[in-house]
Design a binder for this molecule. Structure first.
Ligand code: 13P
Length: 256
């Protein structure tokens, strides 16, 4: 049994509509209540417009809900952005920052991601900060250098964080949505490296901060990934939109 409580987060990305979400919320609610998976922290991250719906469906369950992004500034003239305080006001518990889709497609830098993570920590929002190398970087043997750079940028945010409310997600970009999962050994190696970097940089909670894996996690491969000593759960994309798949991933985290 690991000392860190596993966390499984569903990143719905830009998917869903009111009716489809309602089916998914209903299925998750009843199944997770029946299974009483209290040994796993479960977080559901729908798109912004459906956060209120998530709150209405999940607010009275043990299932937490979160945003997929947050502004890097507190408030003011920033059209289209959503702040930490607005999310907290809504009762939202978590935010994902630095997802590779935002880093690559929307140009978010390490510095911006770090600022977002710090805003979450300062505003009392749990943060899931994503890191991970591209295929080119892995093939050029640059995985550790990339992870070191990305983790280093997050250190000031992580230093001030409650370890129970700060999560690092290792998501190798080449494994996202491709069906090509990192092997459990590859994931473990990256997770151990990230933990060591945090400790080396003086993050007091380095041992307690959960490092979750993301990238083509399915019910079929969840158990082997989550059994690795430094893999503390998962950040799930496609499979989080399928109730049974996601529930079985949560069950795997509970027993891994
Ligand atoms: P997939 O599980 O669809 O590969 O996506 C992973 C991811 O990007 C979660 O944030």
């Amino acid at each position: 049994m690991k000392s860190r409580k596993p966390l499984v987060a569903g990143n719905w990305k830009m998917n869903g509509d009111i009716v489809t979400n309602e089916h998914l919320f209903t299925a998750l609610r009843s199944a997770l209540e029946r299974a009483s998976i209290s040994q796993v922290d479960v977080v559901i991250c729908p798109p912004f417009p459906y956060l209120g719906q998530a709150g209405a469906w999940l607010g009275d369950t043990g299932i937490a809900w979160g945003a997929q992004n947050v502004a890097a500034a507190a408030n003011g003239a920033l059209t289209g952005e959503v702040s930490v305080s607005m999310l907290a006001d809504l009762g939202c518990g978590w935010a994902i920052v630095g997802h590779s889709e935002r880093r690559t497609l929307l140009g978010e830098t390490d510095e911006v991601v770090a600022r977002k993570a710090s805003m979450c920590v300062a505003g009392g929002l749990g943060v899931i900060a994503c890191v991970g190398e591209t295929l080119d970087e892995r093939e050029a043997d640059a995985t550790e250098a990339v992870l070191a750079r990305q983790v280093e940028a997050l250190v000031p945010a992580l230093q001030g964080a409650d370890p129970a409310r700060a999560v690092v997600a290792y998501e190798p970009v080449w494994a996202i949505g491709t069906g090509r999962t990192a092997s459990p050994e590859m994931a473990q190696q990256a997770h151990a490296f990230i933990r060591a970097r945090m400790a080396h940089a003086g993050v007091a909670g380095a041992d307690a901060i959960r490092i979750v894996y993301g990238g083509s996690v399915k019910a079929a491969n969840a158990m082997s990934l989550f059994s690795m000593p430094d893999v503390d759960g998962g950040l799930i994309g496609g499979a989080s939109l399928v109730a049974d798949e996601f529930l079985n991933i949560c069950r795997a985290a509970a027993v891994a």
